[in-house]
Write a protein that binds this ligand. Structure first.
Ligand code: N2P
Length: 361
């Protein structure tokens, strides 16, 4: 009897999905990082309702994960943060055999990711990118004449940066990026965890602090596009989005992005599932959806961030596929460096120095 009732109920629910329990998925991703239409298409295809929240700093994500019960089923930490979160037991392994599209994962990117996630057990690359210099072409020309911006000198020589103070300079609120770049500029190891080296990088930043209007990791996109600022240290895709927004607005603002000749940081952002995620099956479904080359290609086309699905590259519009600022050529790749997570004590020193730099003390 009970079996019959259960069967009738199952039939009823299958015929009336409104009575079935709504499947949910809570995603926490970086802002300006997706072709938003994909979220609706995923919901239509799977019946899974998605709540999509955004952040613009690894520190914000980490604070939520450390507090526990973040409520999120998918998060996208960058490499070093991912490694720390794996070590702290905040994430759960991803069983790739359960992903229909795991074959689409780009082996070369997966190998880079393995430095943070040994054995590729906990994460799948979502996007990868560089940190560089974005500037307003006309305003730079007015200040530099014919001199091109090709070097970190424009940021770290106080007499250079001062020329841009009046038209607005923003810097990412990301100590990992900025310390690595400052260390490399000084000829030191960008991955140095030495207290003396960090103090030198900090002193370098303090010297130019007076010319920096704001430390922020997402507002610079619109600020550049609107002409509210003229120079920024930003992430590759974001600065190219600023360029597109300005062109769409036909406001006469032209934005350029450069990977300085001294080299820069290359980072990876990666999809992971928090340990206490409530909707794991749904999280896998979304990862599979994003791994479809045509979907990954749409993300890259909209965001200008390269993704971790090799087959998607051939599906990109030619100007994206061949853009060396999105997919750097081999010579540029050789100038890119990566960093490892700092130990807890170094982390504390960096945080303290960063707070001092931001507050100009
Ligand atoms: C997206 C920025 C992602 C790059 N707007 C930094 N993780």
């Amino acid at each position: 009897m009970i079996k019959i009732v259960a069967a009738v109920l199952a039939l009823f629910l299958a015929a009336n999905p409104a009575f079935a329990q709504q499947r949910l998925l809570n995603i926490f991703n970086w802002s300006d990082y997706i072709d938003a239409r994909l979220i609706d298409e995923f919901s239509k295809e799977t019946g899974i309702r998605v709540t999509y929240d955004t952040y613009d700093s690894n520190e914000v994500l980490e604070t939520k994960l450390l507090a526990g019960r973040s409520g999120y089923d998918l998060v996208v930490p960058s490499g070093t943060f991912l490694q720390r979160q794996i070590e702290a037991g905040l994430l759960q392994p991803i069983d790739r055999s359960k992903l229909r599209n795991s074959g689409a994962i780009w082996a070369q990117i997966d190998r880079r990711l393995a430095t943070y996630d040994p054995g590729n057990r906990y994460a799948i690359n979502y996007a990868w990118f560089t940190t560089g210099i974005a500037y307003d072409v006309a305003k730079a020309k007015a200040r530099l004449g014919g001199q091109q911006i090709t070097s970190w000198d424009i940021i770290f020589k106080p007499e250079n940066l001062r020329k841009f103070a009046d038209c607005g300079v923003y810097v990412l609120d990301s100590p990992e990026d900025i310390f690595a770049i400052a260390l490399a500029y000084l000829g030191l190891n960008p991955d140095s965890k030495s207290q003396t080296d960090i103090a030198k990088a900090s002193a370098l930043l303090q010297k130019v602090r007076g010319s920096i209007r704001k430390f922020h990791s997402s507002e610079y996109i619109n600020a550049l596009a609107n002409g509210d600022i003229c120079l920024a240290i930003g992430w590759s895709g974001d600065t190219l989005q600023a360029r597109s927004r300005a062109r769409e607005a036909r406001n006469g603002v032209e934005i350029e992005y450069v990977i300085p000749k001294e080299g820069t940081l290359m980072s990876l952002d990666n999809i992971a599932i928090p340990k206490d995620a409530a909707n794991v099956v749904e999280a896998y479904a979304f990862i599979d959806f994003i791994l479809r080359p045509e979907n990954a290609a749409r993300n890259t086309t909209v965001t200008n961030f390269a993704n971790g699905v090799e087959a998607s590259k051939g599906m990109l519009p030619a100007e994206v596929q061949t853009n060396p600022l999105i997919y750097p050529d081999d010579a540029t790749m050789k100038r890119l460096f990566a960093v490892r997570p700092a130990d807890r004590q170094t982390q504390r020193i960096i945080t303290r120095e960063w707070t001092r730099i931001k507050s100009g003390r």
